[in-house]
Design a binder for this molecule. Structure first.
Ligand code: ATP
Ligand code: MN
Length: 479
């Protein structure tokens, strides 16, 4: 068997008694022809390999370069040097793969910028920053399943290819096998999708919600966790064309139950990372401090990363209605000094500048905004008594803006079909969705949490391209 290695993370906490160990990894640094800092991605901490002077031949020494991979057999001993408790006294060093130092693009010494690292996203996992981010991302994904599993929710895999933009959530990517140059046409010149693979026009999903509702009206409580696609041409630090979303959907829930679950869920994710990724979070906290040193004092975060996460865990999210939110904005010094670029008045869709004012300047903590005007929200949201607003809720997070969008769903068939007709959504095509309202309809609710926005929040990173391995954004699908 080849792989009898011990992971570096485990070695670093093992009591060193001179026992024989095998480690494998990639070289971070090599000094004095003797000390190798080896990393295998299990932690940002390297294990120090010590080769007795003269024990390595010239040829091997030449091949120990940054990012070369190797297998080391040796004894785990207490370290004489500072900075580590244990080290490996090598008895055999085998280079598994060379790395030409003249060509290797990632020279860690001169602190590569995040922008540069995006261009070599295939190698950026080998930096401490991305090592930490992606281990945290992993933990958060695990915690998602843990949270819902322990509550008895059923994990549904909703389809990636769908036939409807039922949500109206955004621009869609078309899925077709028709030849682009000479697609079959109808008499009126439009493309005849009856000839297409599925016999109809299809797209990549923008949300699994509608299918989630179908499942929730049988299992009571379900969640989805999968990729979603939006061809939105907005080149922001918060939008991806391909992102991962978690969408729980619960029967017998009203808006308040929905908010309670969302808040508990977000806190669970944060707590899980705090308990399981302390070292990585501390590293990221320090990184943030360094990064913000370039900013003027008033642009820096008021709290450190760990402090911020603890604060969120220990405080209730503020809950206000959309109407209250608009009033706060209208009363704000920012509004009076004409600092907002976009209009503020009842009925407008709040822009990111408004959301960020509410969470970062006014409340200084996560805020749940409820009961939005129905005109700016989706057709399936439950109409309130006032006839003007719907039982929607968005959760806004400091530094991020919207992190969750959700609602109580309209379970009343007559109201739902009326709203669909008003918005010209074809009710015949949506027969399957409406059937849930025909056969044992129930009050139900759900929400969508953008996974990458959650990862941004927990890691303190500021650009969404840095928390997904290979970001898809306008004009960018490298790797
Ligand atoms: P936004 O106003 O920020 O574009 P949205 O209103 O379009 O968000 P929803 O349709 O409610 O968002 O989607 C649910 C969640 O999915 C959002 O709260 C957000 O966390 C996330 N999300 C939405 N669009 C994107 C995107 N393009 N990239 C990454 N995450 C997204
Ligand atoms: Mn959007």
């Amino acid at each position: 068997m080849f792989n009898k290695r011990t992971k570096i993370k485990d070695l670093l906490t093992t009591e060193a008694t001179g026992q024989e160990v095998i480690v494998m990894g990639w070289v971070r640094t090599f000094r004095n022809n003797q000390f190798i800092a080896l990393n295998d991605g299990s932690t940002n901490n390297n294990i120090q390999i010590v080769a007795e002077l003269g024990s390595l031949d010239e040829a091997t020494i030449k091949r120990i370069t940054t990012s070369a991979s190797m297998k080391v057999t040796g004894q785990l001993i207490p370290s004489q040097g500072k900075g580590q408790k244990v080290e490996v006294k090598a008895t055999a060093v085998e280079i598994l793969g060379d790395s030409d130092p003249e060509k290797y693009p990632l020279q860690l010494r001169n602190r590569p910028s995040l922008e540069f690292l995006r261009e070599i996203a295939h190698l950026r996992f080998r930096t401490n920053t991305f090592g930490a981010i992606f281990r945290v991302r992993h933990s958060l994904a695990f915690a998602v399943h843990q949270f819902f599993h322990q509550k008895g929710f059923v994990y549904m895999h909703t389809p990636i290819i769908t036939a409807s933009d039922a949500e109206g959530a955004g621009e869609m990517f078309r899925v077709t096998t028709l030849p682009p140059e000479n697609a079959p046409k109808n008499d009126d010149g439009t493309i005849n999708y009856k000839e297409d693979f599925f016999g109809r026009s299809t797209n990549l999903t923008v949300s699994g919600q509608l299918e989630g509702e179908l499942a929730a009206t049988a299992f009571s409580e379900i969640y989805t966790f999968g990729p979603t696609f939006r061809a939105e041409n907005s080149n922001t630090a918060r939008h991806l064309a391909e992102f991962w979303m978690i969408e729980p959907e619960m029967a017998f829930y009203d808006l308040e139950d929905n908010m309670n679950l969302a808040e508990e869920f977000i806190k669970h994710l944060i707590r899980f990372a705090m308990e399981n990724n302390r070292e990585d979070l501390e590293f990221l906290a320090q990184r943030l401090v360094e990064e913000e040193k370039q900013l003027p004092q008033d642009k820096r975060s008021e709290m450190g990363l760990i402090e911020k996460l603890e604060f969120v865990l220990n405080n209730d999210f503020t809950r206000i209605t959309y109407t209250e939110a608009i009033d706060i904005l209208l009363q704000s010094p920012a509004y009076k000094k004409k600092k907002f670029q976009y209009e503020v008045k009842w009925g407008v869709d709040m822009q990111s500048e408004h959301e960020r004012y509410l969470v970062e300047k006014h409340f200084k903590k996560p805020v749940i905004v409820t009961n939005y005007p129905k005109e700016i929200k989706s057709f399936y949201m439950r109409e309130n008594e006032d006839g003007k607003t719907v039982a929607a809720m968005d959760i806004l997070a400091p530094g991020i803006g919207e992190i969750v969008g959700g609602s109580q769903r309209e379970e009343r068939l007559d109201k739902l079909t009326k709203r669909m007709e008003e918005l010209h959504i074809p009710t015949e095509e949506m027969w399957w969705f409406l059937d849930t309202r025909r056969y044992g309809t129930v009050p139900h609710a759900g929400f969508g949490l953008g996974f990458e926005r959650m990862v941004l929040f927990v890691t303190g990173m500021t650009n969404i391209r840095d928390v997904i391995a290979f970001p898809r954004t306008p004009k960018n699908a490298e790797f």
